[in-house]
Design a protein around this ligand. Structure first.
Ligand code: NDP
Length: 487
């Protein structure tokens, strides 16, 4: 059976490359090639820049309210096509349909809707200075590049294009090579909604195509989602032409469970923050610090619920709540971390092996895995695993656990479970993380800014401030009287 071949999406349509080079995309739940994609060669790269220049000229000349109206049409189409798009995400990523059906498309649409609404409300300032005055304009940056990870492909494309387009920029987006289709679907939807050709372009390929974007002098900003190590390369390359950057990187986030917490709720948060999307979420609370007084109760309930309530299998089955990891290579990496945990003396509470469910026997599954009796210096406690692997640690003292939670170069997210309202805020204010939850974990509405402290990121996505990150301020001084000049 022949599989489809997708071309790059440039200037409002699919464009064939000249080299004929393609790559294959597999369904992680079946290990089968589902389609091929053409790599963006030099011809495509040049065409993408020319297209984005033209797109920018047309789009930035529109009023914010005109742009907003068009983007809201795209939002409506995204919602209408929810199921079709969710299926694309399930087949590309291996995540469960029960998640994609209600989260991936919806949270992407929400962010475009949010920024479409904000765009017309963005204003400059004006101030009298003597008889003269100045005013400022918020102008778009020009061409912005988006580079996405594979865990939430469509959502990431929406989160990057929403504020960029609302502010009047053009975008060249490179999805991950593992999950290239969601961004193409979004590009088609933008055109259908009336976004001018050239405003949102999709280039395909692996690191080389990303590198080209980060180095290209026509591009004013790079918004990147991916690993810390790649983020450093992207930032270094972007520095060559002093591009603005937004970096959404990895994490190793702590969840602190105090002895007055609702333990069942804390277990729910821990499971959501480690097993949702089979653990492939950047904000996951992979270090769970539990107070010694509730430690046993916590791990007993965690073991029971993990063993009884998780259903792995064909991700399109609506009953399935644990999908396949993105690739064989990633499955091996995650299993390697599990071996390391065992070697370094952590106790396996449950899980620990590859899985081969009857309904998806060739998929890259890993059992939901919980390590207990973990120590702070173990590899599994220090490094991001990006799979369904939770490390549980015990603590006794508030100040001590804060210090332990902060003892990492990462700072993406953190959470606290306690019924003591003062402790909740006191502790969370001391945690070095950009995205924090109290008696909750993982929710990320469009209104709330998200981004990392320390090496987990630079800049923010979502929330009001993000629109500013896609504009530059022009100051205009207006003389109201004759110039006083010594010449
Ligand atoms: P990678 O860093 O491997 O890749 C991210 C993107 O960058 C991909 O499109 C990749 O292309 C591309 N890329 C790779 N090398 C370069 C380069 N030198 N220059 C420019 N682009 C490059 O991340 P993953 O895709 O593996 O995603 C998982 C990571 O993403 C985790 O660390 C996770 O924590 C993080 N993440 C962070 C989020 C946040 O909001 N903070 C959200 C989601 C994920 P290709 O893959 O095609 O090779």
């Amino acid at each position: 059976m022949t599989t489809p071949v997708y071309e790059n999406f440039i200037n409002g349509h699919f464009l064939k490359n000249q080299t004929g080079d393609t790559f294959a995309v597999k369904n992680p739940a079946t290990d089968e090639v589902i389609y091929h994609v053409e790599i963006a060669d030099e011809f495509i790269q040049n065409a993408a820049i020319e297209s984005a220049k033209q797109g920018f000229a047309a789009w930035s000349a529109m009023t914010p309210i005109e742009r907003s109206r068009i983007l809201l049409k795209a939002v409506a189409i995204l919602r209408e096509r929810n199921d079709e798009l969710a299926k694309v995400e399930v087949l590309d990523t291996g995540k469960p349909w029960q998640e994609a059906e209600c989260v991936d498309v919806e949270t992407g649409a929400d962010v475009i809707e949010y920024f479409a609404g904000l765009a017309p409300a963005q204003v400059g300032q004006q101030q009298m200075v003597g008889n003269d005055f100045y005013y400022t304009r918020k102008e778009p940056l020009g061409i912005c590049a988006g580079i996405g990870a594979w865990n939430y492909p469509l959502q990431i494309a929406c989160w990057k294009s929403g504020p960029a387009l609302a502010a009047g920029n053009a975008v060249i987006f490179k999805p991950s090579e593992e999950t290239p289709l969601g961004a193409i679907k979004l590009a088609e939807i933008f055109i259908e909604a009336g976004v001018p050709a050239g405003v949102f372009n999709v280039v395909q390929g692996a690191a080389e195509v990303g590198q080209w974007l980060t180095a290209n002098p026509n591009i004013e900003k790079v918004s990147f989602t991916g690993e810390v190590g790649t983020g450093k390369k992207v930032m270094a390359s972007a520095a060559g032409s002093l591009k603005d950057v937004t970096m959404e990187l990895g994490g190793k986030s702590p969840l602190l469970v105090f002895d007055d917490a609702d333990v069942s709720q804390a277990v729910s948060a821990a499971m959501l923050g480690n097993f949702y999307t089979q653990g492939e979420i950047c904000t996951n609370c992979t270090r769970i610090y539990v107070h010694k007084n509730v430690y046993q109760q916590f791990i007993d309930e965690l073991k029971t619920r993990t063993e009884q309530n998780i259903i792995a299998g064909d991700p399109m089955d609506p009953e399935v709540n644990l999908g396949a990891l993105i690739s064989k290579k990633h499955q091996e990496l995650v299993l390697g971390y599990i071996d390391k945990g065992i070697q370094e003396g952590a106790t396996l509470l449950t899980g620990g092996k590859a899985l081969s469910p009857a309904s998806a026997p060739n998929g890259y599954f890993v059992e939901p895995t919980v390590f207990v009796d973990c120590k702070d210096d173990m590899t599994i406690v220090k490094e991001e695993i990006f799979g369904p692997v939770m490390s549980v640690l015990v603590f006794d003292d508030e100040d001590d656990v804060i210090q332990r939670a902060n003892d990492t170069h990462l700072g993406l997210a953190a959470g606290v479970f306690t019924k003591d309202i003062q402790r909740a805020h006191r502790v969370i204010h001391q945690l070095q993380a950009g995205i924090c939850w109290i008696n909750s974990y993982g929710n990320s509405p469009a209104e709330m800014p998200v981004g990392g402290y320390k090496q987990s990121g630079v800049g923010r996505e979502n929330g009001i401030e993000t629109l500013d990150h896609y504009t530059q301020t022009k100051s205009i001084y207006v003389g109201m009287s004759n110039i006083e000049s010594p010449f």
